[in-house]
Write a protein that binds this ligand. Structure first.
Ligand SMILES: [Zn+2]
Length: 117
């Protein structure tokens, strides 16, 4: 790879980053629960019919972990935001990888030039 090729890749990564929509970190899980009220279908000893699904969103940011419930009708949009964040992380990681390669390549090229003298 030449510095030019790497620079081109970085440009593409930046362009894709600029296009990303709403995002948030975390993971969404589905839960079923029993309300503990006697006589409720969820407490049936033979075939309990638990309440739910409840969507639980867990994430950590700035070293703080949070879990909260999400209404079912928000599960779709949240899933999209989570996927966008994942892509954001992939792209920034790839950006750093390419910058490292570029920096190293420049160092190597400079050393080679010095050796030729
Ligand atoms: Zn119940």
């Amino acid at each position: 790879m030449t510095p030019r090729q790497i620079e081109f890749r970085i440009k593409r990564i930046k362009r894709e980053l600029m296009k990303l929509g709403p995002m948030r970190p975390g993971a969404l899980s589905m839960q079923y629960a029993a309300c503990q009220k006697s006589g409720c279908a969820c407490m049936d000893p033979v075939k309990p019919k638990k309440h739910g699904p409840f969507y639980q969103l867990s994430y950590s940011h700035l070293g703080k972990s949070t879990t909260r419930f999400v209404r079912p009708n928000y599960a779709g949009p949240i899933k999209k935001e989570l996927a966008t964040y994942k892509r954001f992380r992939e792209l920034t990681q790839e950006w750093v990888t390419q910058e490292l390669a570029l920096s190293q390549l420049r160092l190597d090229l400079a050393r080679r030039k010095d050796d030729e003298k």
